[in-house]
Design a protein around this ligand. Structure first.
Ligand code: MG
Length: 256
């Protein structure tokens, strides 16, 4: 198994700065979502915001990805490519963004309502978000990575929703994707033991129906195989001696 990096206090300070900028970029994207706007417009604004703060969009050109955000609408789970199509009333839009500042990445995501959405869609968004918080209750010393995975899965499935298996959370640091992998499913009691100074992205991806997904021919856009709505929620967190610290928080210390 590859080594999981333990961040020094100086590195943690830099990761707090990267995390805050990333969360602000997510909030900017979320604030722009309304009927008639395009995800290409949101992408452009987020790129300008990140660059104007002396950072680089982590996703731009990553394995050839053509944009600074992933914008995943309705049945798109993750890795949606921003487009010139106008958003419509009732859409749900998952925004995933990363920023690279002073040598470290932040990574976060959330799903936003476009105008008025159905109660079912809102429930999906709420359950996906809460599953992150249920999971990170176990992201502490004395627990192992799959304890988080198991808690996320249990919570999501208790509502009859499907939790995606093909994509997982990950360590974050000098690289956007570091060990360990952090699945959102599986039996408890496996994987690395949490230690203070580990930084991971926990990111439940949830379908209203079945958990299976497929990737479209553009090799990025990942949709629910059954066409059901999907949601995504992610923060970068630091393992401490006590409660985990969410690094992707805005200037008021709040995640999305
Ligand atoms: Mg991520």
């Amino acid at each position: 198994m590859e080594m999981i990096s333990i961040k020094s206090p100086a590195e943690i300070e830099k990761m707090r700065a990267a995390g805050r900028l990333t969360a602000q970029a997510r909030a900017l994207a979320g604030s722009m979502i309304r009927p008639g706007v395009t995800t290409a417009e949101i992408d452009k604004a987020v790129r300008k915001f990140i660059v104007s703060h002396g950072a680089k969009p982590s996703f731009l050109s990553y394995n050839g990805f053509p944009a600074s955000i992933c914008a995943s609408v309705n049945e798109v789970v993750i890795h949606g490519i921003p487009s010139h199509e106008k958003l419509k009333e009732g859409d749900i839009v998952s925004i995933d963004v990363g920023a690279y500042l002073n040598g470290y990445h932040g990574d976060c995501a959330a799903t936003y309502a476009c105008g008025e959405i159905s109660p079912e869609a809102q429930k999906l968004i709420d359950v996906t978000r809460q599953s992150f918080f249920e999971g990170i209750k176990l992201a502490r010393v004395g627990q192992r990575v799959s304890d988080v995975s198991h808690a996320v899965q249990q919570y999501v499935e208790s509502f009859g929703f499907g939790v995606v298996r093909d994509f997982v959370g990950h360590g974050v640091g000098r690289e956007m994707h570091e060990p360990p992998e952090v699945p959102n499913f599986g039996a408890a009691g496996h994987g690395a033991r949490f230690q203070p100074g580990m930084v991971i992205a926990v990111e439940p991806m949830v379908c209203m129906g079945d958990w299976r997904v497929r990737v479209l021919r553009d090799r990025w856009t990942t949709v629910s195989a059954d066409g059901s709505l999907a949601a995504h929620y992610e923060n970068t967190i630091l393992i401490t001696d006590g409660e985990p610290e969410i690094l992707t928080v805005d200037e008021n210390g709040e995640p999305a």
